[in-house]
Design a protein around this ligand. Structure first.
Ligand SMILES: Cc1cc2nc3c(=O)[nH]c(=O)nc-3n(C[C@H](O)[C@H](O)[C@H](O)COP(=O)(O)OP(=O)(O)OC[C@H]3O[C@@H](n4cnc5c(N)ncnc54)[C@H](O)[C@@H]3O)c2cc1C
Length: 510
């Protein structure tokens, strides 16, 4: 059942066994996992079924760190940010879960293997082909093209899968409507998670609508699933009993905000041998109706040896060199690329091979996104400005460190060596000042770390089961619980984690 909170009488109280705050990727995944069950579930969603600028403006925030939009990088209506996500999917790597002595505050409370069983059902939910993320042989068979093994020992191939992309709101709406045990409350903003007097449990949720009504929801268990920035804000706003904010006894809520710095325009690759450049290296290839493309990642042994952070590079064709048009195009970098192409072709024993005699080579653009080390000073807090519900807006201070930047450049060097070693071509770095980041530094709309998971309450907000430390009936779902970010896009992993959480909650309701 879907209900519009704006049409309920003022001061209505709804009751459920489980209240899920937020009807985005995590909230919908969790509700679906409990559909048809006898547990009464209430999903409380701030927005309606369509985009509404007035609701979206509740996401406006103050920015004091690296330039970042808190409104363009998320969506506030049913389906959440899946209403305009890109669909890039890949699991985290095993090393991302490890305690790495060169990465401060690293280490998940469990190993990658614990999440493996959940990645398969998560893949179905985001509508990608299951598995084969690092199985070159499979892609070789499927595409009919040889896929070279990395030659330097520094890099490995990963195969990114692309979701259609699944818009969770429209795809799963009817299923939730049909489930007798699920109620979705739309246009309902949770303004406070009201704690019992000792702060050790949640009593109820305070809800306000934009037409001025106040409602509440009471449940046995509560799951906060409002996205990687808002999860921290809602806990900080819930400060009537615990003054620092619910779950924030140890000043951990909102800290360790991580993005995947997304970088471009820092390098050119000129490929002189197209025979050695499989299509899946440079564009999406569709197998059984589902697209995939290679990502170049540092080998885990190399990361350990060199004490680096993780990274992901992808390349795409930016231009084609045809016979007779090599001499330049007016582009200031054309001469440099031409020289690189000639050098690459001289280097290749038979002067370069192409399937088309007129095509002399291709120019590849490179995009990178990298892991950011957890940093307590990179954080979300509350602003002095207020939103339309009179609540303090979010304040974001995104910060990167020298370690993040040096790691990126070291991994970039590996990419250059690899393209040379494979005999595909030559890479040229175009960064003007390596003491700085390539500009611009953008985020990937990936919000992680602000309610991090740790078994130690002084080092994190939630425990290994995503339960808030010292609050017996409150859980958090989403990438805000990631203690480290790896370099893979987060949604597949947060769906897998939410399915794991659903199983844990089912046990509690048994
Ligand atoms: C442009 C863009 C591109 C992206 N591309 C990719 C990609 O290619 N691959 C990838 O893995 N990820 C991508 N992402 C990230 C992905 O969308 C998120 O990881 C995912 O949506 C997070 O799920 P979530 O449930 O935690 O949050 P959301 O999906 O954002 O859901 C949060 C929900 O909570 C609701 N809410 C917020 N506050 C309240 C409140 N106080 N009360 C009630 N409800 C509330 C919101 O309305 C929303 O529906 C992209 C995101 C964007 C914006």
């Amino acid at each position: 059942m879907f209900t519009d909170a704006r049409n309920l009488p003022d001061h209505t109280t709804l009751e459920a066994d489980l209240a899920i705050i937020g009807g985005g990727v995590a909230g919908i995944t969790l509700a679906r996992a409990l559909a048809g069950n006898k547990t009464r579930v209430c999903v409380i969603e701030s927005g309606g079924l369509e985009f509404d600028p007035q609701v979206q403006s509740l996401y406006e925030g103050e920015n004091t760190g690296i330039d970042y939009s808190t409104t363009l990088t998320r969506m506030r209506f049913f389906g959440g940010s899946s209403n305009h996500w890109g669909g890039y999917c890949r699991p985290l790597d095993p090393i991302d879960f490890e305690t790495r002595d060169w990465v401060p505050f690293s280490g998940w409370p469990f190993a990658f293997d614990e999440l493996v069983p959940w990645y398969q059902p998560a893949a179905e939910i985001v509508q990608i082909a299951p598995g084969h993320f690092d199985d070159s042989r499979y892609w070789q068979q499927q595409t009919g093209e040889p896929i070279p093994e990395p030659a330097t020992g520094r890099l490995r191939l990963q195969f990114v899968h692309f979701s259609p992309p699944t818009h969770f709101g429209s795809r799963y709406r009817d299923e939730l409507k049909a489930a007798a045990n699920i109620q979705v409350l739309l246009n309902a903003n949770v303004t406070n998670i009201t704690a019992a007097e000792n702060g050790g449990s949640v009593k109820q949720l305070a809800i306000r609508t934009l037409n001025g009504l106040n409602q509440s929801v009471k449940a046995r268990y509560y799951v906060l699933a409002t996205g990687g920035l808002e999860n921290a804000r809602v806990l900080l706003l819930s400060n009537d009993v615990v003054k620092a904010g619910l779950g924030n006894h140890n000043d951990q809520v909102g800290r360790y905000f991580m993005e995947h710095p997304h970088l471009s325009g820092f390098a050119d690759i000129v490929a002189g041998d197209l025979v050695r450049l499989p299509k899946i290296f440079r564009e999406r290839v569709t197998v059984e109706g589902r697209p995939a493309q290679v990502a170049f990642n540092p080998a885990q042994a190399f990361l350990r040896e060199q004490q680096l952070l993780n990274a992901t590079f992808m390349v795409g064709v930016a231009g084609i060199y045809q016979a007779g048009t090599l001499a330049g195009s007016g582009d200031s970098n054309a001469q440099a690329r031409r020289d690189m192409l000639l050098a690459a072709r001289r280097f290749l024993s038979d002067e370069g091979k192409t399937t088309d005699p007129n095509t002399l080579g291709v120019w590849l653009g490179v995009g990178g996104s990298c892991e950011q080390a957890p940093n307590p000073d990179s954080r979300v807090s509350l602003s002095d400005q207020r939103d339309a519900l009179e609540l303090p807006r979010l304040k974001l201070d995104w910060r990167l460190t020298e370690q993040d930047r040096l790691s990126f450049y070291a991994n970039l060097r590996s990419l250059a060596l690899e393209f040379g070693a494979l005999g595909i071509g030559r890479m040229r770095e175009t960064v003007t000042d390596p003491r700085d980041w390539p500009q611009p530094v953008a985020g990937g709309s990936h919000h992680m770390g602000t309610t991090r998971m740790s078994n130690d309450p002084s080092r994190g907000v939630v425990d290994r089961n995503c339960k808030v430390h010292d609050v017996e009936n409150l859980y958090v779902a989403g990438s805000s619980v990631f203690p480290t970010s790896g370099s893979a896009n987060p949604t597949l992993t947060l769906v897998a984690l939410t399915l794991r959480l659903a199983e844990h909650l089912k046990d509690r309701f048994r």
